[in-house]
Design a protein around this ligand. Structure first.
Ligand SMILES: [Mn+2]
Length: 249
């Protein structure tokens, strides 16, 4: 039986992970290991040398799950280190409440859970819905169906090492699928101050450079966006220029 591990960063009780777990059952045997609390924008956090409490949880439809008091990447690390049968065939992360595009990728727990799977040699897909107010499992149904078609192909074809797929689905109707590259988001964060306490807040969604072929362009224009993301963050195009700086000891 094809083992599929489902996780997220919105927390084990979020509606998006329920929709995803339900949809993935047509492709295999689903296990759910997810953070007990919302870990959105937590980045690729790994909890080292600290206790990571876990507890049994239940999704709204009765699906049993493991809730982890840690990050999304911790959930995958624990799985890879042996709290379940490993390797699984694939890790699917989401469905996130809100898109993960452009520089969001480095903040996103949804994406970094998938990256943690890639580090541990398992193919992974991150799934996000471009709708911040999606609060009902039905809001995620279409994104879950699109995720099924993507995951079905990954199960057939595999993925190259250290490579994941980042799927972003707009609020419907969806015109089709575009293969995209990472675009550029323009954040409009603001600072709130109360005495010595600060808060970073900001309008949602932020701006973007609306360049055709990017994830942001696709979702903004009503297409589902599928980007291959690689863990190699080297600025390859800058290496030659950097060499010309002639930094020596
Ligand atoms: Mn989230």
């Amino acid at each position: 039986m094809t083992k599929i591990l489902v996780t997220n960063d919105d927390g084990v009780l979020a509606p998006g992970i329920l929709a995803l777990a339900q949809a993935m059952r047509v492709l295999g045997d689903v296990e759910v290991i997810a953070p007990s609390a919302n870990q959105s924008a937590g980045g690729h956090k790994k909890t080292l040398f600290q206790d990571i409490p876990t507890s049994k949880a239940e999704l709204a439809d009765g699906t049993s799950a493991l809730a982890v008091s840690g990050s999304p990447a911790d959930c995958i690390a624990l799985a890879a280190l042996g709290i379940m049968e490993w390797p699984v065939r694939i890790v699917v992360s989401g469905i996130n409440r809100g898109a993960n595009m452009g520089q969001d990728i480095t903040y996103s727990g949804t994406v970094t859970a998938a990256l943690e799977a890639a580090i541990n040699g398992v193919p992974a897909v991150a799934v996000s819905l471009g709708q911040r107010d999606a609060d009902d499992v039905a809001d995620y149904a279409l994104a879950a169906q699109i995720a099924v078609s993507v995951v079905r192909r990954v199960l057939e074809k595999g993925l190259p090492p250290f490579t994941i797929l980042n799927l972003n689905v707009p609020k419907g109707p969806v015109k089709g699928m575009r293969l995209t590259r990472q675009g550029i988001r323009i954040y409009r964060d603001e600072l709130e101050k109360a005495g010595e306490i600060y808060r970073i807040v900001g309008p949602e969604p932020g701006g973007m450079t609306d360049e055709e072929g990017t994830d942001l362009w696709a979702v903004h224009n009503g297409y589902a966006s599928l980007s291959p993301i690689h863990l190699d963050l080297t600025a390859h195009r800058f290496l030659a220029d950097l060499a010309a700086w002639d930094i020596t000891l």
